[in-house]
Design a protein around this ligand. Structure first.
Ligand code: ATP
Ligand code: MG
Length: 631
């Protein structure tokens, strides 16, 4: 492990020199005066005194050198559109969007909320913001009016950019209508709304004086040139809300210089992507992964990025692999939850020419050992699990194969701490865990470049949410539970909130889920702790089977339940044995694919799961309730 170890050690022990080198990946209009200003812990200012621009680095500098090289490849299986923008074309579109912003009075520091489907104009809208120093706040298009309204009130945007509609699974989603409702609910509605009219919802309403048509304004501004605004390295580039899995979402505020450096450096050291290559990240621009690895990361590296509007299953489960084949994708990035969906399909869909593909990266949720192994074998390329948070902006744990190519993969583990992160596993008293001892994953500040600068408008919340784990030492808490093995590889065991306490034994939901996944009949599982008079809590499992005929009758269900319990007994011991194993058709998840364990727990304890605005499919809750009733 030598080469990476040295690289990592240098990033911690010779921090400023290390990051000064990484800063060379981007263009600085004025070089930083100070690499790291940590005079006000836990706040940190990276590359202080430097002037740069995210859009210039992502677009202009490539457009100047390689105007005809592909930059943005748009593929929609919802509308059938497919279009490639070169770097030159991308720059022109971004400048026209920026000219529209200027006309509407958007200035440096103003917020622009972007509520859009996965269409090229969403990318133009983001890049145009950072071009002129405006701060974007992208809200995932799947969120309904109430969630959108709270984010509008928090960011207080001058302008909202939207489309009249999106499409999902062939159904039209009335974005503009949802936005109108959100504006009614909001205390601080925007002055102006810019609408990309796709012609999908001919009857959408327009508010006189507030609503403006993008195509009309685009024509009016013509081939406008809008120079980039050089901003301070610490100038906010965007606000993005966390997924809200554990409660009220936090508005993560990102800087400009640190973020550009972290992403550009990660493209080489983690994602192994370079100029002229193609990246396909299947996330959505509404999530942190989409910000970093659909938009900024690949463009900073001069790559072509695939922007995909559609699901992994339509028109059939082979669609992603056909995109990889057609566009000769080199780097792919997706989520475990999507892989588990594909695992239930006919594997022949994956038999395409995937020879361009170097790696598949997965992040967002625990990747269990069984699924990790399966996708690795099915694709025949290394599958790199990586762990991060909206807060971090780029991976915290991964295998940096761009630094050392032969870093071994450990199935079920997102690997080693990424350079820059002084990461440790802690006991609850603030002392450090030994190897193979479970604890809380923490990072010694200063957080590296790219991580959140603060919570938007709430500095105290930044300190109290992330830095109050112990009185001593000062540590950033990930609020995730983990374990480090003797080689330094970590495994994430679940969120602190999700720990199950069985008669004083603390079990990570992840450990039990991992054991259950080892049973070949099971496609997907969620484990929650349920109140028990005697033991305090007992684990209860909700599972999705690969083959529904295995659970056709009550007897069959009972038999499989016993089998699953036995699997857990064998792998973890009787203490972890689920009290009940329920079989369901689908599990409740957020729109970003994260398991809503709290709602499962509520149902299992006979409580109301409450209002879940971020849920992907509310029907899953009914199915869960029914499975509990029926058994
Ligand atoms: P909120 O903070 O609002 O409750 P959230 O934590 O779900 O929402 P995100 O920032 O999108 O919001 O998710 C980060 C979390 O996702 C991590 O803290 C961790 O629990 C989980 N996670 C991400 N990647 C991985 C991974 N590779 N392995 C295990 N868990 C992961
Ligand atoms: Mg979180």
């Amino acid at each position: 492990m030598g080469k990476y170890q040295d690289f990592y050690r240098r990033s911690i022990e010779d921090r400023d020199a290390f990051w000064a080198e990484q800063a060379q990946f981007i263009h600085w209009e004025k070089a930083p005066e100070l690499i790291c200003d940590y005079s006000n812990p836990p706040f940190v200012k990276w590359f202080k005194g430097g002037l740069t621009n995210l859009c210039y680095n992502a677009v202009d500098r490539h457009a100047a050198k390689r105007p005809d090289a592909p930059a943005l490849i748009y593929v929609s299986t919802e509308t059938g559109e497919e279009k490639t923008y070169s770097y030159g074309e991308l720059q022109r579109e971004v400048e026209r969007m920026a000219a529209i912003y200027r006309r509407l009075g958007v200035e440096k520091g103003d917020r622009v909320l972007i509520y859009m489907p996965m269409i090229p104009q969403a990318a133009f809208a983001m890049l145009a913001c950072v071009r002129i120093g405006a701060i974007h706040s992208v809200v995932f298009g799947g969120f309904a009016a109430a969630s959108l309204a709270t984010r509008i009130d928090d960011a207080q945007p001058k302008l909202v950019v939207t489309a009249e509609a999106g499409m999902r699974n062939g159904n039209v989603i009335p974005y503009k209508h949802l936005l109108d409702e959100a504006c009614r609910l909001a205390q601080f509605p925007p002055e102006k709304v810019l609408i990309v009219d796709r012609g999908l919802d001919p009857n959408f309403a327009r508010v006189e004086g507030r609503d403006l048509d993008y195509a009309t304004l685009r024509d009016e501004v013509g081939e406008a040139r809008v120079p980039v605004e050089w901003v301070d390295a610490t100038h906010p580039s965007y606000i993005l809300y966390t997924s809200g899995t554990t409660g009220k979402p936090k508005g993560v505020q990102r800087d400009t210089g640190g973020y550009a450096v972290a992403l550009a450096s990660s493209m080489k050291h983690i994602f192994c992507g370079g100029e002229g290559e193609t990246m396909f990240c299947t996330s959505d621009i509404g999530w942190v992964v989409g910000h970093g690895y659909i938009i900024y990361g690949p463009l900073l590296a001069g790559m072509a990025t695939v922007m995909y509007e559609g699901t992994p299953l339509r028109p059939d489960p082979g669609i992603w692999w056909r995109i990889v084949e057609k566009y000769r994708v080199n780097v792919m990035f997706s989520a475990p939850t999507a892989v588990r969906v594909l695992k239930k399909q006919d594997p022949s869909y994956m038999k395409r020419d995937l020879s361009s593909l170097k790696h598949l990266f997965l992040a967002g949720e625990p990747l269990d050992e069984t699924t990790h192994r399966w996708i690795h074998e099915a694709l025949g390329v290394p599958v790199i699990d990586n762990y991060w948070q909206t807060e971090s902006g780029w991976p915290i744990l991964a295998l940096c194969r761009g630094v050392q190519e032969d870093l071994p993969i450990k199935y079920g583990s997102p690997g080693l701490p990424v350079y820059g992160y002084d990461l440790h596993v802690y006991r609850e008293d603030g002392t450090e865990c030994g190897p193979n001892e479970k604890g809380i994953v923490g990072i010694v500040p200063p957080l590296p470049p790219g991580c959140l600068a603060t919570v938007w408008g709430q500095d105290e919340r930044f300190v109290s949410t992330y830095f109050s784990l112990f009185r001593e030492p000062l540590v950033y808490s990930t609020a995730d539970w983990g374990i480090k093995d003797e080689n330094g590889y970590l495994t994430i065991l679940g969120r602190i909130d999700d720990v199950i306490n069985v008669a004083g034994h603390r079990l990570g939901t992840r450990e039990i889920e991992e054991a259950i996944q080892a049973n070949p009949a099971i496609a997907e599982v969620a484990v929650v702790g349920v109140h028990d008079e005697v033991k305090g809590q007992v684990p209860v499992a909700f599972t999705v089977v690969k083959d529904p005929s295995r659970i056709a009758t009550r007897e069959a269900r009972r038999a499989l339940e016993e089998e699953v319990k036995k699997t857990v007994d064998e792998l973890l011991g009787a203490i972890a044995r689920p009290h009940r194993v329920y079989f369901v058709q689908g599990l409740p998840k957020t729109r970003s694919g994260k398991m809503l364990r709290r709602s499962l727990q509520a149902l299992a304890e006979g409580r109301d799961p409450g209002d879940l605005p971020t849920i992907e499919d509310a029907h899953t809750l009914e199915m869960v309730a029914e499975a509990i009733r029926e058994s």
